[in-house]
Design a protein around this ligand. Structure first.
Ligand code: GLY
Length: 332
């Protein structure tokens, strides 16, 4: 078992990673908790043992659960169960569950403790770590939410063994980005060590910039194109697959701008290939539509802004020339 910490002063919390990590749950429950609300989704089939009174609340299936009405219903069941500010919400599932459970916890009684037991690779190395919570509205994804750090996170790597192959590979798209955030050699580690190494990188970034004023934005490497492909909506792409295509694109843009050399560009291709991830635009992708969607990106305040690799590693680059962005899209 590997034990890490997200160091945030009085809000620091442990992350336990390894086979059978869910057995550590009871020992991580904060003192004073008298009741637990487990929040999960159909088909997850992971349960945590506790001697405290508890109830399991099932969210609707899929991304449809990420809406305000679901959070309101969840808060009503917390109230009906008599949950107080001293009690605990536990999200068991992928990013949808930890986002919704975390957000409900951030507002119920003006903030109640939450723990996460992420059951997907993407959840373990990204979504459940760092306190981002939220829901979607028709105007955009994650537009309503809060930074609400959990009291602990349990990443049971045994649980990942039963993920559908494509879901697991999709998580590798998020994992690939950590290679370029100081995680060179990640592919040589065991799964448990690899998950822990990614969490350590993310914990360090979150500790330095919890509310994404600067360096936390680097975690969005590959995400500008990924979000555009996801918003476009007509492609059969998982989030991690879209991120992989976005990483390849960002590397090609950085190369076209003279920020990285051939060898570094080739390293991007190697990493994406190691994890069996896609590197080209999906068939039927409309370059003009993608360019339009880039303009709607949350970072697009000073022209088109991308996280790009360069001589000193990743950085947030404003005003990336539109012509370069379009030429590289066309060549892809
Ligand atoms: N998923 C990116 C972040 O947590 O900042």
């Amino acid at each position: 078992m590997i034990r890490l910490e997200v160091p945030l002063g009085s809000r620091s919390y442990p992350v336990v990673v390894g086979a059978s990590a869910i057995c550590e749950f009871e020992s991580l429950v904060p003192d004073g908790v008298s009741r637990i609300a487990f929040v999960t989704q159909p088909g997850i089939n992971v349960s945590l043992e506790t001697e405290l009174p508890s109830r399991v609340h099932m969210l609707p299936d899929g991304e449809a659960a990420k809406k305000l009405s679901v959070v309101e219903e969840l808060c009503s069941v917390f109230a009906n169960d008599g949950l107080t500010r001293r009690d605990l919400v536990v999200g068991i599932g992928g990013g949808v569950v930890t986002d919704v459970a975390g957000f409900a916890a951030s507002i119920y009684h003006r903030g109640i403790q939450v723990m996460h037991a992420p059951t997907t690779l993407l959840g373990q190395i990204d979504a459940a770590i760092g306190g981002k919570t939220g829901v979607n509205i028709p105007e955009g994804k994650n537009l309503i939410g809060a930074f609400w750090q959990p009291s602990g996170v349990i990443c049971d790597t045994d649980v990942l063994m039963s993920l559908p192959e494509r879901e697991f590979r999709s998580g590798m798209g998020e994992l690939a980005k950590y290679h370029f955030l100081g995680g060179e050699g990640l592919d040589e580690l065991s799964l448990e060590e690899r998950v822990a190494a990614c969490i350590q990188i993310k914990a360090d970034i979150v500790a330095a910039d919890e509310r994404e004023g600067s360096s936390r934005a680097l975690l969005n490497y590959g995400h500008t194109l990924a979000h555009a492909l996801e918003i476009e909506g007509s492609f059969d792409l998982r989030h991690g697959e879209a991120v992989a295509i976005g990483i390849q694109y960002a590397a090609l843009v950085a190369h076209a701008m003279g920020r990285i050399d051939e060898a570094r560009l080739a390293e991007h291709g190697r990493v994406l290939d190691v994890y069996g991830l896609p590197r080209s635009l999906p068939d039927g992708c409309d370059v003009d539509r993608v360019m339009e969607l880039f303009g709607r990106d949350k970072k697009a305040i000073n022209g088109l802004t991308f996280v790009l690799d360069g001589p000193d590693g990743l950085s947030v680059v404003p005003d990336v020339p539109e012509k370069t962005l379009k030429d590289v899209l066309t060549q892809m």
